[in-house]
Ligand binder design. Structure first.
Ligand SMILES: *[C@@H]1O[C@H](CO)[C@@H](O)[C@H](O)[C@H]1NC(C)=O
Ligand SMILES: *[C@@H]1O[C@H](CO)[C@@H](O)[C@H](O)[C@H]1NC(C)=O
Length: 465
């Protein structure tokens, strides 16, 4: 409350001092920079799976606003590789702070330092256990719009927020399956355990016998069954990613990234207040085949959940993530209004970006800023629909939304006030910063420092889109 009061006073002061300030800026005033990067190589053979994490990837540095992140799989010659050859199960890009001079793989207990070697800077919510990424898609990557309109950006690299002794870095996880020559393409891309002849997980733990498929059966180094006499044919692939960004300045509004999951079995850990929601995002689920007497049009598996975000705000962008069989996903507000509806495009040919039978793109939402607003603690409903004319294993129903940070009022005065507030209290202690974050907003800052307070949420072991 004190913080709110202080803010209000600062706002008032700045309105008085700064009455003629204008924020108007034309779209072409923004100097958008673009760079294309290449990941380290992944080596695959017919049927094989690569699920790799590359730490400290090339990425824009400094205090910037990210505007776009595009990606695709290319071969050694730089040519696009189509999905029926190399299926891109998922890729994700995760932000973290790395303590200088310490190896990321070193366990904190071994280093003898009180500070963790890595602080994961997860998105703003709500599935922090499994969905920490800032960016990430799957087969739909090539035809899914991801650019962020002006005057918005995903703010990164603010030197005031990076703890002393740490550097901001990014890791990339790419999960790709070489489906050339496999006995059943869809089964391999859905990671059916029997096709991979897998009965233990990556760490040698036996899988439950009713676990039919999903990420636990297609981990790095596993192999999907290929046709008799067909194996080998090694090839090297890379993820090519194109990042757009602009130098950060106060005329930009930061966005919070939220990723919702239709399999989230969240509960309130404090029933009386409804605060402190514990999310449990299972990420994958299965679709049973519909009853045989149903008409094809009635064979729809519709799954839904209701949940709320820590804070509301204006929705600037939305998109769903579904796997083959998906027919659309919609996020509704408490009053039933549509916040965003996103539907897949299936390919029809053989060339990269148009592969028949694969989802090659998802439609996106770019509401007129201010026209779609989520209120604080509003109950949202996420619906994910799949065709159930056949069984599907390990599908997903995620929804990404980018929401304007509500603590960043469009009036420059407030923003100045917030910044001043931050500077006034800006000691170098992470704890203090964490607390200021709570006062200012339950935003990325807080999400990140949650990582700081419980740094070993074993995020590096369980990474998935
Ligand atoms: C499947 O795995 C079992 C045990 O790991 C092994 O004995 C068997 O040969 C494998 N089958 C195939 C077709 O690879
Ligand atoms: C999902 O399926 C339900 C039930 O068939 C339908 O009412 C709803 O409109 C569908 N939504 C989407 C986004 O396809």
């Amino acid at each position: 409350m004190l913080g709110g009061c202080f803010l209000a006073m600062m706002m008032f002061t700045f309105f008085i001092i700064n009455p003629g300030y204008t924020r108007a800026r034309l779209a072409n005033d923004y100097k958008v920079k673009t760079r294309v990067f290449l990941s380290p190589e992944l080596v695959l053979e017919r049927g094989s799976v690569a699920n790799k994490i590359f730490y400290d990837i090339d990425f824009p540095r400094g205090h910037v606003g990210l505007k776009d992140f595009r990606a695709e799989v290319v071969d050694e010659a730089g040519n696009s590789v189509p999905l029926q050859e190399i299926y891109l199960h998922h890729w994700i890009v995760v932000r973290y702070y790395h303590r200088e001079g310490v190896d990321v793989s070193q366990h904190d207990s071994d280093t003898g330092f009180r500070q963790p070697s890595v602080i994961l800077m997860t998105n703003a919510g709500v599935c922090h256990d499994g969905l920490m990424q800032y960016f990430g898609l799957g087969s739909e990557t090539r035809k899914t719009a991801t650019q962020i309109p002006h005057p918005y950006g995903i703010e990164i690299g603010d030197p005031e927020e990076v703890p002393d002794g740490y550097r901001e870095k990014w890791f990339l996880n790419v999960h790709a399956i070489d489906t050339r020559g496999v006995v059943e393409r869809l089964g391999c891309t859905e990671c059916q355990c029997d096709l991979y002849n897998v009965s233990v997980d990556e760490y040698g733990r036996p899988l439950n016998s009713d676990y039919k498929g999903g990420l636990y059966c297609c981990y790095d180094g596993t192999r999907c069954r290929v046709k008799e006499g067909l194996d080998g044919a090694r090839r090297r692939i890379y993820m090519k990613y194109t990042v757009k960004w602009i130098d950060w300045d106060d005329s930009l509004t930061p966005l919070n990234i939220y990723i919702l999951d239709v399999t989230d079995t969240w509960r309130n850990s404090d029933e009386s207040t409804g605060l402190a929601t514990k999310h449990n995002c299972h990420i994958e689920y299965n679709i049973d085949r519909c009853a045989t007497d149903l008409a094809e049009k009635d064979c729809i598996d519709s799954r839904q959940i209701s949940l709320s975000l820590p804070t509301g705000g204006d929705v600037i962008y939305g998109v769903a993530h579904q796997h083959t069989g998906g027919i659309g996903s919609t996020l509704y507000g408490e009053d039933g209004r549509i916040i965003c509806s996103s539907t897949p495009t299936y390919g029809e040919g053989t060339e990269a970006g148009n592969e028949a039978g694969y989802i090659v793109g998802m439609s996106t939402c770019y509401p007129q800023p201010g026209s779609v607003r989520i209120s604080d603690r509003e109950t949202l409903t996420l619906v994910s629909n799949y065709s159930s004319t056949r069984r599907h294993i390990g599908v997903m129903g995620l929804f990404y939304i980018l929401v304007a940070d509500p603590s960043h009022d469009s009036s420059p005065s407030l923003h100045h006030a917030v910044k001043m507030h931050r500077e006034t209290l800006g000691s170098h202690s992470s704890w203090a910063k964490g607390l200021i974050g709570v006062v200012i907003a339950l935003s990325v800052v807080v999400a990140g420092y949650r990582g700081c307070l419980s740094p070993r949420q074993s995020g590096f072991e369980r990474v998935a889109i």
